[in-house]
Structures are given as structure tokens and as C-alpha cells.
Design a protein around this ligand. Sequence first.
Ligand SMILES: Nc1ncnc2c1ncn2[C@@H]1O[C@H](COP(=O)(O)OP(=O)(O)OP(=O)(O)O)[C@@H](O)[C@H]1O
Length: 408
Amino acid sequence: MSRSPSLPDRPRLDLDPEMSDAERLDAMRRHFERILTVNEELDERLNEATDRQEDLREEVDHLKRRNEVLKTSSLYIATVEELTDDGVVVKQHGNNQEVLTEVSPGLEEDLEAGDRVAINDSFAVQTLLDDETDARAQAMEVDASPEVGYADIGGIDQQVREVREAVEDPLANPEIFQEVGVEPPSGVLLYGPPGTGKTMLAKAVANETDATFIKMAGSELVQKFIGEGSRLVRDLFDLAKERAPAVIFIDEIDAVASKRTDSKTSGDAEVQRTMMQLLSEMDGFDDREDVRIIAATNRFDMLDEAILRPGRFDRLIEVPKPEVEGRRRILEIHTQGMNLADDVDFDALADDLEGYSGADINSLTTEAGMFAIRDERTEVRAEDFEAAREKLDETSEEPGVVGAEYRQ
Ligand SMILES: Nc1ncnc2c1ncn2[C@@H]1O[C@H](COP(=O)(O)OP(=O)(O)OP(=O)(O)O)[C@@H](O)[C@H]1O
């Protein structure tokens, strides 16, 4: 950086007592002119300094922002072990490394042993995090006895059979597998368009085997803190073992198990770590007969093949949209409690609903009921189903509305 030139000297007025009045006046005029010049020069220097100050301020702001980004993009999760006079002992999640570290000013008083905190690259504690149980509760749905049975699922009988074979038999009769000497499939992967009954299938199999249903959405596993996703995966498997017999259902598995991309952002690395944790939990799961794992995806094409290897998700079951007979059955299931008029013809209706998923058919029946209510009738007629179908077909033209993106 160049150093500023020194400031101009202050002009001096030298008056000689021998001077005549005219000479004095002249000297004073010249002095006055010198003062004006110096003043102009100082003004100019002041403007320069103000501009420079402005530039520096911008630079400081920029550096502050960068610092913020750096701080937030590289935080790790740790648990406070002990508060000592020399600092705080924290244990980092993931590698269990213990370190004695310092705390950001203003945080010291809030910390207690057992707290979950975010630490930066140099292990300094940056933030106090919410209670871990909150994070767990948000990410997982636990249902001791889901109220879905096989009879509630229509049009995918073959898939129900396959899931029962791969999940129910090892839970209910593990000895058969031992006697025959074969390993039951490790994990079942259900794939197909949205709303075709994948979640229902997983719930039904948990219900019918009296197992606890534990659901986690893949998108919830992709956490912003380093180490958090893999920790949740570990928690998920620990919880399943505690609550066994249990069915673990990982929805949207593509969020954690997509093909590797070329980009090397820290977010991708974190997703990779979460997937590795998932694979290692599955690989290390020897005595797994009382915990079964089901995953689901709408994006089979995106999956990393590593998760499909033997011993992992090695039973693939496609859950397609229902054919006409399946649509008829799903219509029956979802109108069971409805007061239907004689003119409702399920065969004709099922024929017309080409491309509808189970979830679409469920919406259709509810919508038809709404038309009857609006018309102040207690009986649902064929015309209500027709009006409901028109309404759903209309909304499905708009992107983002149920059905639009996957109805071929
Ligand atoms: N085969 C089916 N039989 C009966 N009802 C169905 C069927 N498929 C879907 N439904 C209805 O649609 C709702 C949503 O289905 P579900 O959540 O099981 O779909 P999904 O395949 O898991 O969807 P996503 O991929 O979007 O998670 C169900 O609660 C049920 O009312």
C-alpha cells in the first residue's frame, strides 16, 4: 500500500518592521493567496481520503461476508462433555474425537455438559443447537401399529405377495430360513411413480407382523451440518433395534443414494457420507431377522448401484400404476363407506381412469363426495364422479398439481 504524501506546510506570514505600508499590504495579499492554495490542496486530499475510506469499507464488508460463509459452511456437530477452567471439552460426532476447545464470546454462560453444539474447523464452539430429540423426532415417524392392512391395498397383488415373502416371512418364521440355510433378502426396494401404494405396503407389512413402523424421509437425512445425516442413520438403526420387531421405511432414498456427481461441493460430500453410513449399517447388520428394511423411490434411474449390491437392497419390486382391474379394486376400497347411487358403474369408470394412480383415485372419490354434498345430496351419483374427474384432469394440466408430472 502506498503511503500518503505528507500534508503541505502551514504558510507563514513574515512581516519586516522596516516594511512600508504598501509592502506590508502586498505581503499580506500573497500570504492570503498561499492560504487559499493550501486550503484547496487539503480539500482535494480530504476527498481522496474519503474515497479510499469508502473502498476500504466495502472491502471489509466483503471480507465479513466471506467469513460468515466460511464459518457456516464448515460446521461440525459435537457434544459438550465437560466445562473446565481451561475451556470446554467436546466430542465430535462421527469420529468421536475429544478436544479441549474455546467458546465464542457470549456463549459460555449458556453451555452445559450434554449440549449439542456446532463447532468450526478449529473446533471452536460456534452455536448451541436444539435438543437432539427434536431433530430425531422431526426426522422420524414412529408408529407402533399402523392402521393399514393388505386388504386396503388394491391392484398390486403380485407386489404385496413379494413384499410379504421378503419381509413378513423372515419376521414371522425366521427358523424356516435357518432350516433351509438361505439368507432372507436384506433390504427391499420399492420403485415406481408417486402415489402407487409404496408407503402403504410398508405400513401394512409392519402392521400385519405386529412390528413397529419407523419411517424416515431421505430428504430429512440430507442435513446441513456435517455428520448430522450419518448420525441420524445410526439413530434410525439403533431405534429399530430397541423397538424390534421393526420395519424401517426409508422414503425418497434417491436423496441420499443418487449416482455420484462430478461436483465436489461440501453438500455432496455430506450426502455421500450419509449414504456410506447407511451402507455400513446394512452391511454390519448380521442378526437382522427382527428388523427389516424397506426403501422407496420414484427415481430408480438415479440410484447409485452401490446400494443395490447383494446384502443391501437386493430385492427390487416395481410398483406400477394400476391396470384397469386394479383401478376397479381401488375404487371399491375407497368407496367402501360411501353411499353410492345405483347408476355408479365401476367397470366403466375404471376404464376411463387410464393413467390414474391409487392416490389419484383416492382424491377422485373424495372429490365426488364433495360434489354430492355441494348439491345437498346424501347419495353419490355417476355424475359426481364425472364432475370430479373433469376437475382433477383440469388441475393436472398445471405443473406441480397432483398427478400432472407423472400421468402419461
Ligand atoms: N394400490 C393402492 N390401493 C389403495 N389405495 C392406494 C393405493 N396406492 C395409493 N393409494 C392411496 O394413495 C395414498 C398415498 O399412497 P402412498 O403414500 O402409499 O403412495 P407412495 O407410492 O408411497 O407415494 P410417494 O412415492 O409419493 O411417497 C394412500 O394413502 C392411499 O389412500
